[in-house]
Design a protein. Structure first.
Length: 249
């Protein structure tokens, strides 16, 4: 087990890592059973928090994001931008599926046995800050002047992406997906001439919706896809995507 990476397990469960750190840690965890097991144990422990953390973002924020997406222009304003670098056809239309769009959802915390009371309080503060940071990232992306939306559906699953080329970021939301099998997770991938690169593990809510995920887009990305992978994720897809969609254009 890589000692440096092993110190990031708690921060990973808290969603306190940067995008670069998160991707690097998930790549490491895919081949490190010790770190994968520690993350699993931390998440199990977090379940004991029960009602100490909010599991839904404020309704006011949800409605604000929904309203912004519904008004998002589908083509960027005419400005001198850098050359486009992504191909593929996006399904560009306003996010008409409205209320199915969730904002950043629940963020799990870590509570250890020793000093439970004090640590639980500190953890809740960290969770609230992490959730606020995530919500802010989602809102910044949705409000980007060049934000574009693409949607797709297949086999009862629906997905929407909001992308900003200026920010080099994309947000993914999904719904209608069956719970992942035991010891399995849904993993999001960027697809392009370079092959496949992990965008991270998707977190599924009890409603079946996927928590919002924002990630930095690698150059020459043409699409994103979702696969089912072993717990902890994989370095490369181990099967064909359940869902694949082109990046918005």
């Amino acid at each position: 087990m890589n000692t440096d990476m092993a110190t990031l397990t708690g921060a990973y469960v808290l969603d306190a890592l940067s995008e670069t750190e998160r991707v690097a840690f998930e790549r490491h965890m895919a081949s490190c059973s010790d770190c994968a097991e520690e993350v699993r144990q931390f998440r199990e422990t977090a379940a004991y928090l029960g009602g100490t953390t909010a599991v839904e973002p404020p309704e006011e924020f949800k409605q604000r994001v929904l309203s912004e997406v519904s008004r998002t222009r589908q083509e960027p304003p005419a400005t001198a931008e850098r050359p486009r670098r992504r191909g593929g056809r996006g399904v560009n239309r306003r996010a008409s599926w409205g209320t199915r769009l969730a904002t950043a959802a629940a963020i799990v915390g870590v509570v250890l046995a020793a000093g439970f009371g004090a640590l639980a309080w500190n953890t809740q503060q960290e969770l609230q800050q992490a959730r606020a940071d995530r919500d802010a990232a989602v809102e910044r992306l949705v409000r980007a002047p060049d934000a574009k939306v693409a949607t797709t559906s297949t086999g009862g699953m629906e997905a929407v992406t909001v992308m900003s080329e200026r920010m080099d970021k994309v947000m993914f939301l999904g719904s209608g997906m069956e719970p992942a099998p035991p010891e399995r997770v849904y993993q999001l991938w960027f697809l392009g001439d370079y092959g496949a690169e992990s965008a991270g593990l998707l977190r599924q809510e009890s409603s079946g919706n996927m928590s919002a995920m924002t990630a930095e887009i690698p150059p020459n990305t043409r699409a994103i896809g979702i696969t089912v992978e072993p717990a902890g994720g994989s370095e490369q897809p181990s099967n064909d995507p359940l869902l694949e969609m082109n990046m918005p254009t």
